[in-house]
Design a protein around this ligand. Structure first.
Ligand code: ATP
Ligand code: MTE
Length: 202
């Protein structure tokens, strides 16, 4: 048997993607949040992906209910986009904190650090990340272009990493909460794990 044949294939992963937008949910404009999330995750991950997609309005109860349902449905990762600013209808962080078992402040800190390289108003974002059971839930900004920026970080002209994207820490976080082993495409986003946590798959 060859070494490759002896290695296990990457595990399937269920991922919740949630676009939170008053205007896109009522059809005032086309939703670009879900396609941006799906496209980036498909480029970045080698695992077979089962997406659970939702497009909803900026309603706190509805957001919390959606996040709870996706976590209960076995999503290891849930990414939201939209509703993190200071406007009265921006309530995604409150809805996310309401379903948290643990708050993970490092994600929000790093997202705002990345954002300020693109736009000074990134400090207006109130994104949070939390763990609920075996799900990691992360709020991303609403601007569709900000989704890849935040997940991937900032590259230098030579292709090296200038500011690490938040996704580099996601696979190990999911390991620690008992989820499947996520494998990334290094050219898009190289996951970091301590040496003793690295497994080899095909
Ligand atoms: N789902 C989406 N599809 C396309 N563009 C979006 C989407 N969500 C947000 N945007 C764009 O990003 C901007 C900032 O996002 P934010 O979440 O603050 O939206 P908003 O201004 O509250 O409006 P809405 O909730 O109606 O989308 C929006 O004003 C819009 O231009
Ligand atoms: N990487 C990145 N982060 C970003 C932005 C961006 O263009 N790129 N836009 C910011 C802006 S203009 C706002 S108001 C806040 C709030 O997020 P929201 O889009 O969910 O309202 O996110 C910020 N974070």
């Amino acid at each position: 048997m060859t070494e490759a044949a002896a290695l296990p294939a990457p595990e399937p992963v269920r991922i919740g993607i949630v676009s939170i937008s008053d205007r896109a949910s009522r059809g005032a404009y086309e939703d670009r949040g879900l396609p941006a999330l799906r496209d980036w995750l498909t480029r970045a991950l080698l695992n077979p992906l089962d997406f659970q997609a939702r497009l909803i309005a900026d309603e706190q109860e509805q957001i919390s209910t959606t996040l709870t349902e996706l976590a209960d449905a076995g999503c290891s990762l849930i990414l939201t986009t939209g509703g993190t600013g200071p406007a009265p209808r921006d309530v995604t962080p409150e809805a996310t904190l309401a379903v948290a078992d643990k708050v993970m402040p490092g994600f929000g800190e790093q997202m705002r650090r990345i954002g300020q390289h693109f736009v000074p108003t990134a400090i207006l974002s109130r994104q949070v990340a939390v763990v609920r059971g075996k799900s990691l839930i992360i709020n991303l900004p609403g601007q569709p272009k900000a989704i890849a920026e935040t997940l991937e970080g900032l590259r230098a002209d030579d292709g090296g990493t200038l500011v690490p994207g938040i996704f580099a820490a996601v696979p190990y976080c999911i390991d620690l909460i008992g989820g499947p082993y996520l494998e990334t495409v290094d050219a898009v986003c190289k996951a970091f794990r301590p040496r003793n946590a690295i497994r080899h798959t095909r």
